[in-house]
Design a binder for this molecule. Structure first.
Ligand SMILES: [Zn+2]
Length: 252
């Protein structure tokens, strides 16, 4: 169980980048008339302005699917955005190159069971056939072993927590993109419900969801959001992720 092998280097780089962005945001928010008298530094600080950047995590379940996931990775790369993908183990073997690309391009990867089944009310052997088998498939493709878990349907019980062996990641924004596959509605709902520290749930197996996700990125970027992986989000908020515990958001 190497989930806690925090990618300290990337988290640190992110924090440094955020510190720079935060400083820039703060400075750009201060305007001093050219004829203003000289003031002490304290007088320039607007206490009402939150200088901390808004962070949000895009997460995608049920992939990989070669056509749609590849289109999504292309769009995220163009925008410099990192997301988190909770994968179906049974689909990994045919898409090992896609999974490797995710990992190489800075996205985070998690487990969404081998066959997309409910994890509640399983015995240990059946649980392992879903979670450990997926973990092994991902480890074989990627060479590391630090994967988060998202249980299908968000269904949890005490056994799932006890056996997960990694943090369990849920969500704060669910546009149910699978239901009507209406990109415009999904964009409206997600952008209306987005808030600092949120976790967005979508599915990278529908072309409409890929289209919506990229539009969401463009709209929220314009609103000052910074997209990060789950690990980066919680590191930036200094919230430790612990095995067997579940997390819905990283609200400030
Ligand atoms: Zn799912």
């Amino acid at each position: 169980m190497k989930w806690d092998r925090a990618r300290a280097k990337s988290a640190l780089l992110l924090l440094l980048a955020l510190a720079v962005l935060s400083g820039l945001a703060w400075r750009s928010g201060v305007s001093v008339p050219a004829d203003a008298p000289l003031m002490g530094d304290e007088a320039l600080v607007d206490e009402t302005q939150d200088s901390r950047p808004k962070l949000i995590a895009l997460t995608f379940d049920d992939g990989p699917r070669r056509s749609t996931t590849t289109a999504l990775l292309d769009g995220l790369a163009e925008r410099g955005v990192h997301a988190t993908f909770f994968l179906i183990g049974a689909q990994v073997a045919d898409c090992r190159d896609v999974v490797r690309r995710m990992d190489r391009e800075g996205h985070q990867i998690g487990i969404h069971t081998f066959d997309h089944v409910r994890l509640t009310d399983l015995n240990r052997a059946d649980f392992d056939a879903q979670v450990e088998k997926t973990r092994a498939a991902l480890k074989s493709a990627l060479g590391h072993n630090d994967f988060l878990l998202r249980p299908p349907y968000g269904m949890l019980d005490e056994s799932v927590k006890a056996w997960a062996g990694c943090p369990i990641i849920l969500w704060s924004v669910d546009p149910e993109d699978w239901k009507d596959r209406d990109a415009g509605r999904v964009v409206d709902q997600v952008t209306a419900q987005a808030r600092d520290g949120g976790i967005i749930l979508m599915h990278d197996i529908f072309p409409e969801s890929v289209e919506a996700a990229l539009e969401i990125v463009d709209i929220l970027h314009a609103q000052g959001y910074y997209f990060c992986t789950i690990e980066e989000l919680f590191a930036a908020r200094q919230i430790p992720l612990e095995a067997g515990k579940s997390y819905w958001n990283a609200y400030p």
